[in-house]
Design a protein around this ligand. Structure first.
Ligand code: PLP
Length: 346
């Protein structure tokens, strides 16, 4: 089934075979590396190219998640994987990508860069899947459907039964972006990947793990899809410094979980304080490290906060989100300062 959705040129592609794919040990005179070593001190052999197959990090992450390593692929942030998936499945100017809106903006930007048409289907008034709207917009060229769970910027969870129904109903790859799933205890669909061929889960180290700076994302998918990702990626996409940091991070799983508990507690506190303010129309329920708030006059609030050096994200121009601002949960001190400034302007 996967093969039927893959672009013909990608199926035919003879991939580049990199030097470190064939040999990692020996007198390595095959990759034009520098035999004298790196110009800085490091025990990572930085003069040598990294492992193109990402073996160590995939094995270790697989152990932590309870997922087979053949179902894992690492990218330079999940943004790289979004781009690769579009390139595997979508022929420019022919195929289409459906995006369930309002959601993360990179899905559309990555399609635009690849000259792939997008259709934008609104979630319903509770930001849940609207099957009627999808039925009207779907066609045989719809190769991918992107949705985000918990959704960015609305923060809500999407009903997992609906997502599974989407997978079974449509002959498309359903990409569920779980960038914020660590904040939403136990709601992942990762264990369904073994059973459902067309389900791809996207994850990132940028949020709960606090590692946006290392640029590491991964996906959990059917091994056929994983093979295509390896077939078309840049040979050495995951660098040694990032891999080492991922391994260290995975040894600190409990620290990640503690930070999630702190952030979730701050989110609950911030929301209850916001409920006491005037000038707010709606505070969206959130299962992520941000909260979307609809103000009577978002522009005024947004500009005032900037003038006080508090930067939040204006989402007012997104479909269905007029006058909505997205606030990332900060430290207690940052959130208190934000609340003081909000009380001043509202
Ligand atoms: C839903 C969603 N997916 C993916 C990303 C990007 O993740 P990465 O930093 O791994 O590229 C973000 C970043 O804000 C996001 O909100």
């Amino acid at each position: 089934m996967i093969d039927n959705l893959v672009r013909e040129n990608i199926k035919r592609l003879k991939p580049y075979t990199s030097a470190r794919e064939s040999f990692e040990k020996g007198i390595l005179l095959d990759a034009n590396e520098n035999p004298f070593g790196a110009v800085i001190e490091s025990d990572l052999e930085l003069n040598r190219y990294p492992d193109p197959k990402q073996k160590e990090v995939r094995t270790r992450l697989g152990e932590v998640l309870g997922v087979a390593s053949e179902n894992l692929f690492f990218g330079v942030g999940s943004d790289e994987i979004i781009d690769l998936l579009i390139r595997i499945f979508c022929t420019p100017q022919k195929d289409e990508v459906m995006i369930l809106e309002p959601t993360y903006g990179m899905y559309k930007v990555a399609c635009d860069i690849n000259d792939v048409k997008t259709s934008h289907v609104m979630l319903d008034e509770n930001f849940q899947i609207d099957f009627n709207a999808i039925r009207n917009a779907w066609n045989e060229n719809t190769k991918l459907i992107f949705l985000c769970n918990p959704n960015n910027p609305t923060g809500n969870l999407i009903d997992p039964h609906d997502i599974l129904q989407l997978c079974s109903k449509y002959n498309s790859i359903i990409i569920v972006d779980e960038a914020y799933i660590d904040f939403a205890n136990g709601c992942s669909l990762k264990d369904e990947v073994g059973k459902i061929n067309n389900l791809v889960i996207l994850r990132t180290f940028s949020k709960a793990w606090g590692l946006a700076g290392i640029r590491a994302g991964y996906c959990i998918a059917n091994s056929e899809i994983i093979s295509y990702l390896f077939k078309i990626k840049a040979p050495y996409n995951l660098n040694k410094l990032t891999s080492k940091t991922i391994l260290d991070a995975l040894d600190n799983y409990s620290t990640m979980q503690q930070n999630v508990v702190l952030i979730n507690a701050e989110r609950i506190r911030l929301i209850s304080e916001l409920q006491n303010l005037t000038g707010i129309i709606k505070i969206c329920t959130s299962h992520a490290n941000f909260v979307l708030v609809k103000f009577e006059n978002a522009e005024k609030v947004f500009n005032y906060l900037i003038s006080k050096n508090v930067i939040i994200r204006n989402r007012s121009n997104m479909p269905g989100l007029q006058d909505c601002l997205r606030i990332t949960i900060g430290t207690k001190e940052e959130n208190d300062f934000l609340l003081i400034k909000l009380r001043e302007i509202l």
